[in-house]
Design a protein around this ligand. Structure first.
Ligand code: CP
Ligand code: NVA
Length: 304
């Protein structure tokens, strides 16, 4: 890691992502190694969660440590108490913090003021823990990362950005199809283009889903309206109408392509039931791997 924290996939820019995945596979096979014995994780969330919360709690327990969940109403981040003060207080009790925030700035301020490591458990900018689990899943299914092609269909959101960075670092080609106005932001692409030049991978931006999935080993989608964008749901549903991953679109990818989604899914919107429940779907392996990838991450950040 670049520093004590994991706020972005960019924090892994100096690491070999493929080696990290190989380590995570070994840890997954070990089950319950006491790598975080006596350590406590604070889970500080401003938004709802099923996978991230439960996978972090169970991961910490399996590593011999403990986790404390602090709900949005309890802490009132930046309302009941300033973000820097919350960071300073929590650092006196726990060994590591994971935070899910609306604004990415909040998780950055937490990290600045905490003396313990801070993990981004999803912000409006990135979801790096999801990308780690996804790349672990891809590594298990395809036995490599470099040279593959991942096609993301939908919003240029937090999931898309973390996947783009991970792909560019790992030497995986990244295609994204989004309607006009919803693609990844220019400054996000600049960072990724630097990584892609280093790893000799390609980035393709298009408005045509068929073009994005052509030759893809992985077809990935996410919700059209993320948490915090509920008021835009109807406008977005209209903009993304031609961006559903259905059987016809999936059939235009490689014959052995896998289908991925970070979940929760809005079935019938970004994906059809026959795709998400179909033979190419690996969505529940991805969900399980949240726990295994985070175990590797926790052990790493806590010096295990
Ligand atoms: N994929 C994911 O982060 O799920 P949750 O929002 O349920 O944690
Ligand atoms: N893009 C989604 C991901 C949920 C895990 C959101 O931010 O709501």
């Amino acid at each position: 890691m670049k520093g004590k924290d994991f706020l972005s996939i960019s924090d892994m820019a100096d690491e070999d992502i493929t080696s990290f995945m190989a380590g995570a596979v070994k840890l997954k096979a070990q089950g319950l190694p006491a790598l975080c014995d006596g350590k406590t994780l604070a889970i500080l969330f401003e938004k709802p969660s099923l996978r991230t919360r439960v996978s972090f709690e169970v991961a910490m327990r399996q590593l011999g440590g403990e986790a404390i969940y602090i709900s949005p109403a309890e802490v009132g981040l930046g309302e009941r108490e300033s973000v820097p003060d919350v960071a300073r207080v929590l650092s006196r009790y726990v060994d590591i913090i994971t935070a899910r925030t609306f604004s990415h700035t909040t998780v950055e301020v937490l990290a600045d003021y905490a003396s313990v490591p801070v993990i981004n458990a999803l912000s409006d900018r990135e979801h790096p823990c999801q990308a780690l689990a996804d790349f672990l899943t891809i590594y298990e299914k395809k036995s490599k990362l470099a040279g593959l092609t991942l096609a993301f269909i939908g919003d240029g959101n937090n999931i898309a950005y973390s996947l783009l960075l991970a792909a560019a670092l790992a030497g995986m080609n990244f295609h994204i199809a989004s309607p006009a106005g919803y693609n990844l932001k220019k400054e996000m692409l600049e960072v990724a283009r630097g990584y892609a030049a280093r790893s000799s991978s390609k980035i393709l931006l298009t408005e045509e889903p068929g073009r994005a999935v052509s030759g893809a080993d992985i077809v990935y989608t996410d919700v059209w309206a993320s948490m915090g964008q509920e008021a835009e749901s109807e406008v977005r549903a209209r903009a993304f109408a031609g961006y559903q991953v259905d059987k016809k679109l999936l059939s235009q990818a490689k014959a052995d392509a896998i289908f991925m989604h970070d979940l929760p899914a809005h079935r019938g919107e970004e994906v059809t039931d026959d795709v998400i429940d179909g033979p190419q779907s690996v969505v529940f392996d991805q969900a399980e791997n949240r726990m295994h990838a985070q175990k590797a991450l926790l052990a790493k950040l806590l010096g295990g």
